[in-house]
Design a protein around this ligand. Structure first.
Ligand SMILES: N[C@@H](CCC(=O)N[C@@H](CS)C(=O)NCC(=O)O)C(=O)O
Length: 259
């Protein structure tokens, strides 16, 4: 189900047992919306989820109220039980530990999952994110871009091969069941065309992507903050808006203004 409350700004968290999600519809945001929808799917009883939509174009990430929640001034963030959590993969781990389910197994199987969760945070996310920025957002001449395009393109392709090797021996990144590791990787890999990192040479990765995509929790998660008909494919207008937003973020306009 979609969120119960929409607000435009973050606020300093009070002691609350609600799950307050600071979100915008981007790959790191989708990790959290998918996790919440997948927890519902496995029947975990969750408290009320309150969604605080953030406008990255308007610089909501730099507001003092939000900086108090996430000193790193990036979305997403979570407030729960008086505690602020930032970093999307830490939020996945927090939700997985707070609401136990197969999405983060207990016992030894946990160690099949966590390395892949951290792998996503340290490798796949930053590399795909940088490749998207240079491919779509950063407005400099081709010669200036050539080296980073080459570096992030090659590294992105290597990471896809790493995934393929993992999927040779296990159906999911975290092992036998769909887990937070798949949730973390999915929103970036599904954007492979936007990043221009080809995954089609790796049929196991293509198949994994399709298996993720078909899950009802995933389908509901990627629709948070996006019109239902655009959840799978953004309209030209929305793509243009994301490009403008990405360009403004990549140019660090707000950062230079405010810090
Ligand atoms: N490592 C962070 C990355 C978060 C991140 O970069 N979020 C982007 C949106 S996907 C953001 O808030 N960008 C705003 C900015 O750079 O000013 C995480 O996983 O939470």
């Amino acid at each position: 189900m979609p969120p119960t409350e929409l607000t435009s700004r973050g606020r300093k968290g009070s002691m609350t047992m609600t799950l307050d999600v600071y979100y915008s519809a981007t790959p790191n945001g989708w990790k959290i919306s998918i996790m919440i929808e997948e927890l519902k799917e496995v029947g975990v009883g969750l408290p009320e989820v309150r969604l605080h939509m953030m406008s990255l174009e308007d610089g909501d990430q730099f507001a003092s109220e939000f900086t108090a929640i996430n000193p790193n001034q990036r979305m997403p963030a979570l407030m729960h039980d008086g505690r602020a959590i930032f970093e999307s993969c830490a939020i996945l781990q927090y939700l997985g530990e707070t609401y136990p389910s197969p999405l983060l197994p207990q016992g030894p199987a946990r160690w099949d999952v966590l390395p892949w969760l951290y792998w996503q945070a340290a490798n796949l996310g930053p590399v795909f994110g940088n490749k998207v920025s240079y491919t779509r957002y950063i407005d400099v001449d081709e010669a200036t871009k050539a080296h980073p395009m080459d570096r992030f393109g090659n590294e992105g392709a290597r990471l896809v091969r790493v995934m393929a090797r993992r999927l040779e021996v296990a159906p999911w990144l975290g092992g036998e069941t769909f887990s937070v590791a798949d949730i973390a990787a999915f929103p970036w890999v599904r954007a492979y065309k936007w990043a221009k990192i080809d995954i089609t040479a790796e049929p196991r990765v293509v198949d994994w992507l399709e298996r993720c995509r078909r899950r009802p929790g995933v389908q509901r998660g990627v629709a948070w903050g996006v019109p239902q008909e655009e959840a799978e494919r953004f309209s030209a207008d929305r793509r243009a808006r994301y490009k403008a937003m990405g360009a403004s973020i990549a140019a660090n306009e707000r950062l230079n203004e405010r810090n």
